[in-house]
Write a protein that binds this ligand. Structure first.
Ligand code: ADP
Length: 399
């Protein structure tokens, strides 16, 4: 039990322990009502939970499964394929024992993956609970949305967080002064997981005492302790998940918009979060070809060299190489002409398959091939189209 993180240890198991979200779990709350209806008509709908991180989506889904006495399967769309989900579904038995299948970050499933869930939801083979931090009307496909009930979870209020904090303090047997409490609650941004994680790190950091003081009761947490913990936390938690994708995407978009300041800012966010420098550099190598391309071909050379520098140098110094590349790429002229041209060609390849290569530019290593006209009339500097007949004179690259 020792290694279980505090938020997990304190995850409510019953509706009565669930803090806040009164519009859902209060006496007249949507979820409370659905659960009590269930007793009379044995029906519980599939749901989409829309709410910020750490507001209780996963927790509530688990509580629902336990109240319904159903099996509970939990997936995250970030690291599961729809096949894994299908596998579980194929093992399920009759209707009234349909399990609760929870899919976190369901918006990360693409349309085809979401489509695959449809028939199972429709037949009531599973009670789907999808969780998303994004507006489901944009991120969840229409047919699935219309078969589920969308339920909104609010960011937890300061009062709610205060209640959760109280449980954490009790569990860790530590105290906190009122200023530190306010600071901790404000810096958690309505996210109970962050609150409890930071609390746990804080008390670990503050609790590092000389041996002879080990076990002395009455550890009192202060703002100082929390500040230390917040720095530590960034390195530990920001690496994956929602925020990570937001930041990398904002980073690329900033460079694309030639906005040096925001590109540098997002770089700093990633570096401070301990993001692998090779990952950042790799994205810049791609960017150099995709977004700068023929407007400034040396961008690829610079990006590549920065990648190599990161490889040989590593943190912390390679952040200097990274920022060098970021400023170079962000201020460079941009052109996606080469990129777009190539993907127009790809489209034709997909559309027309393997069209025959014109005879005159075919290789003719044997006599038979020569007799068949391979390579006949080939002229090295001819201006005529070398594309297959069907695509003759087609222009992909339009500089
Ligand atoms: P998410 O909305 O990201 O799915 P979770 O339900 O996983 O959030 O919550 C993470 C942790 O935060 C839980 O383990 C629990 O300790 C705490 N928590 C979140 N919401 C609540 C809540 N409403 N009441 C009590 N604890 C909560």
């Amino acid at each position: 039990m020792e290694n279980v993180p505090l938020p997990e240890k304190l995850r409510p198991k019953k509706l009565t322990e669930f803090v806040g979200q009164v519009h859902l779990v209060g006496k007249n709350g949507v979820i409370s009502k659905l659960l009590s209806n269930k007793v009379t008509n044995n029906y519980f709908p599939s749901l989409i939970f829309w709410g910020p991180p750490g507001s209780g989506k996963t927790t509530l889904a688990r509580i629902i499964a336990s109240e319904l006495k159903r099996e509970f399967y939990e997936f995250s769309a970030v690291n599961t394929s729809s096949k894994d989900v299908q596998k579980i579904i194929s093992q399920t038995k009759p209707l009234f024992t349909s399990p609760v299948v929870f899919i976190d970050e369901i918006h990360r499933f693409n349309k085809a993956q979401q489509d695959k869930l449809l028939p199972h939801v429709e037949k009531g083979q599973i009670i789907l609970i999808g969780a998303t931090t994004e507006n489901p009307s944009f991120e969840v496909i229409g047919p699935l949305l219309s078969r589920c009930r969308v339920v909104t979870l609010n960011q937890l209020s300061e009062k709610d967080l205060g209640n959760i904090l109280k449980r954490g303090l009790k569990e860790l047997k530590v105290k906190i002064n009122s200023k530190a409490k306010k600071f901790l609650i404000e810096s958690s941004n309505g996210d109970a997981r962050v609150l409890l994680n930071v609390l746990e790190i804080t008390s670990n950091l503050a609790g590092v005492k000389p041996d002879h003081l080990e076990g002395v009761p009455g550890l009192h947490l202060t703002i100082n302790h929390i500040e230390q913990a917040l720095q530590r936390r960034q390195l530990t938690f920001d690496k994956q998940g929602e925020e990570f994708y937001n930041v990398i995407s904002a980073f690329i978009k900033s460079m694309r918009a030639s906005n040096v300041d925001s590109a540098l800012y997002y770089l700093a966010r990633m570096v401070e979060a301990g993001q692998d420098p090779l990952y950042i550099a790799r994205r810049m190598v791609v960017f150099a070809s995709e977004d700068i391309g023929m407007a400034q071909p040396t961008a690829l050379v610079v990006a590549n060299e920065v990648f190599r520098a990161c490889e040989t140098i590593g943190y912390p110094e390679c952040q200097i190489n990274l920022m060098h590349a970021v400023v170079y790429l962000a201020t460079a002229k941009k052109s996606r002409l080469a990129y777009d041209a190539y993907f127009r060609a790809v489209e034709d390849v997909k559309k027309f398959g393997n069209l025959p290569v014109p005879l005159n530019i075919r290789n003719a290593p044997t006599n038979l091939m020569k007799e068949l006209g391979y390579g006949k009339g080939y002229e090295a500097y001819s201006k005529e189209s070398l594309l297959p007949d069907k695509l003759k004179n087609k222009k992909y690259y339009k500089p």
